[in-house]
Ligand binder design. Structure first.
Ligand code: HH2
Length: 298
């Protein structure tokens, strides 16, 4: 298997990254209770507007979620989740043909309806463990699928997370989930892996995972990271409000890119894209003068 980035297009049913070496996944939570943007995009028009804005700012994927997974969150029914995300995915697919829409769900019935409505990416934070029908659905649909590590479940995951070696355990888990998916008929090329920053992890666990992210990248599938506005950034910078955590979000995404991550799940698409464009050009030495006028740099 080869390292992180694969392919050259961001089209449906591939995990390919764009020619600048990374993909941005813009977060669109159609929930009343998400930790950062809860309640902001519950109205369909507001959600569609925000999705359009993120695509215009350079999102390669729009990740639509109808159930918060924040620590302590209570589960919602499939019917309720679908009532939230269905009309938004319908509307995004109609307004932006060819856009990559992701459904952030662990329920096969929600994923199936989302794929029928125009999604082509399943972001399953349970890594195919929550619903026995999810693996077969992903296999049959050919959709891209992100498998994420989580210790415990959202209601209780932050109570007392423990690991002997967090990176070794997350890596073993992701290996096992990838094998499970392949045994269930999912093509390895469909799969992306995510260490699950903030999901059953202390501040130190999150930092250790970011520091040693290259070990997760070495599994050989593109790696997704989701640090955006998360509470460990607030702890480090004394920022209580999630939307004050952009600087920490950028720092962690730049470091993750340098360590080989391919997909960056963020709330603030435009500034993170700018930061990663500079970071990617520095890391890969692939900056092209056609993307900017040739001039003396200061
Ligand atoms: N984080 C959240 C939700 N989904 N998916 C992946 N693959 N990776 C992540 O790190 C990840 C995720 C939590 O963030 P958010 O969606 O902003 O909040 P909430 O779960 O409260 O809706």
């Amino acid at each position: 298997m080869t390292g992180g980035a694969a392919g050259t297009t961001g089209g449906a049913h591939t995990t390919g990254v764009r020619s600048d070496g990374f993909r941005l996944m813009g977060i669109l939570n159609v929930t009343p209770d998400s930790f950062s943007d809860g309640g902001r995009y519950l109205r369909r028009e507001a959600a569609l507007e925000h999705g359009a804005r993120m695509l215009a700012e350079g999102a390669d994927i729009v990740d639509v979620g109808g159930e918060s997974t924040r620590p302590g969150a209570r589960p919602v029914s499939a019917a309720q989740e679908l009532a939230r995300v269905g009309p938004v995915i319908d509307g995004l697919a109609a307004a932006h043909p060819g856009a990559c829409i992701s459904i952030d769900t662990s329920k096969a019935s929600v994923a199936r309806a989302a794929l029928d409505a125009g999604a082509s990416f399943v972001n399953d934070v349970s890594a195919l463990r929550a619903d026995p029908e999810m693996a077969a659905l992903v296999a049959a649909s050919g959709a891209q699928c992100c498998l994420m590590h989580m210790q415990g479940e959202p209601r209780t995951m932050q109570l007392e997370p423990r690991y002997a070696d967090v990176v070794d355990e997350v890596k073993a888990f992701l290996h096992e989930r990838l094998s499970f998916a392949v045994r269930a008929g999912v093509c390895e090329q469909q799969v992306l892996l995510d260490p699950g920053i903030g999901f059953g992890k202390t501040l130190e666990h999150n930092l250790e995972l970011l520091r040693r992210l290259d070990e997760i990248v070495a599994i050989g599938r593109p790696v997704v990271v989701g640090t955006s506005r998360k509470s460990f950034l607030g702890l480090l910078t004394d920022r209580a409000e999630p939307d004050e955590r952009l600087a920490g979000t950028i720092a962690t995404n730049v470091l993750a890119l340098e360590r080989g991550a391919s997909v960056f799940r963020v709330h603030d698409v435009a500034p993170v894209r700018e930061a990663l464009t500079v970071a990617a050009a520095t890391v890969s030495e692939r900056w092209s003068p056609t993307t900017s006028s040739a001039r003396t740099t200061s």
